[in-house]
Design a protein around this ligand. Structure first.
Ligand code: ADP
Length: 406
């Protein structure tokens, strides 16, 4: 059965078509500059990449082209074969703790949550509406970045601010990257061959977060109301003294919006190094003795070590630590620094094993107190799995109802 996984941004739309339950990727693509001049899309099929320059008036046009590509490349003969489409949605607030069908009522909730994710949720709604127009008979689901973290207890998700802020303005920790943390933690449990585990998962990309997971349930995570909390990131500051913000707004005489831009786009690795938000550039800077790159890297890894240590205590031990996403999967240097920082806990790096990129692998020695692994993430597959499971549930229910009526 064909299931599509869709990730719509304000001017982009990415998709992957899976054959389920085999989980084979049949075709994938990215539409860019939707609603702008010089729009185009690229399709990946049979290991080949094809770029097409076309006018992409809106998300609906992009969705129509997805369907044309599926038919032209003989992935499907008719659109009726596409039974379900899963959409990635950033913010599910307190409403969604799992992937859900996108009914009118649920779409309304996603829209309502746009105040908390003004760039992301409206784009997701555009993607859902476009898919509904183009494939009206398919099940549309929403997979939320926040859903996996909804199991976090109140004492961990509340902020120590006036209580009404949470009640009235929904101010609390929601966490993000949930689909990725869920995917790598379930894979980690598969590798360990048991599910009663305590795991610390580190999704370290341009955006970065760490989660503490006990028996498959998330008990804490480093991102908060927005993705700008917890770790230092490519261009985000993460946690710091909150008063710095009001103090610097007075000093710079800037608006809340301007401050938001500085803290999200001009801070982190970029802010400290003054060179780049990309960890490869920071590593190059370190090689030629750039002191600010050195400082940026140290601050970056220290915060990851701090969070791992904190979650080690919170979980009461740890059965495995997982590294994933762009830096976690690829940066030999960053992983080494983090594991060296954890030596006090008895973690021992296997230098030879760590000397790799983008593959699933154990990177600590046999006698390390905690085994540490690289597990490449696959959010698209996780969305397709959840969507397929929801589709099966609905079909089973329909069958039961039909039998009862008979
Ligand atoms: P996001 O999805 O948050 O945009 P990614 O997970 O794609 O981010 O990660 C992007 C980060 O991964 C960048 O900082 C990039 O430098 C880093 N990265 C990718 N490949 C390598 C590599 N070979 N060595 C070090 N860092 C890498």
């Amino acid at each position: 059965m064909i299931v599509l996984s869709v990730n719509a941004g304000s001017s982009s739309l990415k998709f992957q078509a899976f054959d389920m339950p085999e989980e084979t990727v049949l075709i994938s693509g990215v539409f860019e500059r939707i609603g702008m001049k010089e729009s185009f899309y690229t399709i990946k099929l049979n290991g080949e990449k094809i770029k097409k320059e076309v006018e992409l008036k809106n998300h609906e046009r992009a969705m129509e082209l997805v369907m044309e590509e599926l038919i032209d490349n003989k992935i499907v003969e008719s659109l009726d074969e596409i039974k379900a489409i899963g959409h990635r949605i950033a913010q599910g607030g307190p409403y969604f703790d799992k992937t859900e069908e996108m009914t009118d009522e649920n779409i309304k909730k996603v829209k309502e949550l746009s105040v908390l994710a003004p760039l992301h949720n409206p784009a997701a709604v555009k993607g859902i509406k476009a898919a509904m127009e183009v494939v009206p008979n398919a099940l549309q689901t929403g997979a939320f970045d926040t859903a996996f973290h909804q199991t976090i207890e109140e004492e961990n998700y509340m902020y120590p601010v006036p209580y009404e802020w949470c009640e009235k303005y929904k101010v609390r920790k929601y966490g993000f990257h949930g689909t990725s943390h869920k995917y790598v933690s379930s894979r980690m449990n598969e590798i360990l061959g048991r599910y009663n585990t305590k795991l610390i998962t580190c999704h370290i990309g341009n955006g970065a977060s760490v989660s503490a997971i006990k028996e498959g349930i998330c008990v804490n995570t480093s991102m908060g109301l927005t993705p700008n909390s917890g770790l230092m990131m490519g261009s985000r500051c993460g946690d710091m003294d909150a008063t710095v913000i009001t103090y610097m707004m007075q000093q710079l005489d800037c608006t809340a919006e301007e401050m938001d831009t500085i803290l999200n786009k001009q801070s982190g690795l970029l802010g400290i190094s003054g060179i780049s938000s990309d960890s490869r550039d920071i590593e190059d800077g370190i090689k030629i003795g750039n002191q600010r790159c050195n400082l940026a890297q140290k601050m970056f890894t220290n915060r990851i070590i701090d969070h791992i240590a904190k979650y080690y205590v919170e979980l009461g031990g740890c059965d495995a630590i997982v590294f994933t996403a762009g830096i976690g999967e690829n940066s030999i240097h960053t992983r080494r620094e983090i594991l060296d920082g954890l030596a006090v806990l008895g973690v021992k790096i296997d230098e030879e094993a760590n000397d790799c990129r983008g593959i699933e692998r154990l990177i600590t020695t046999e006698d390390s107190s905690i085994p540490c692994y690289i597990i490449p993430t696959n959010e698209e597959l996780m969305i397709a799995r959840d969507t397929y499971a929801l589709y099966q549930q609905k079909e089973n229910k329909k069958e039961l109802e039909a039998n009862e009526i008979i």
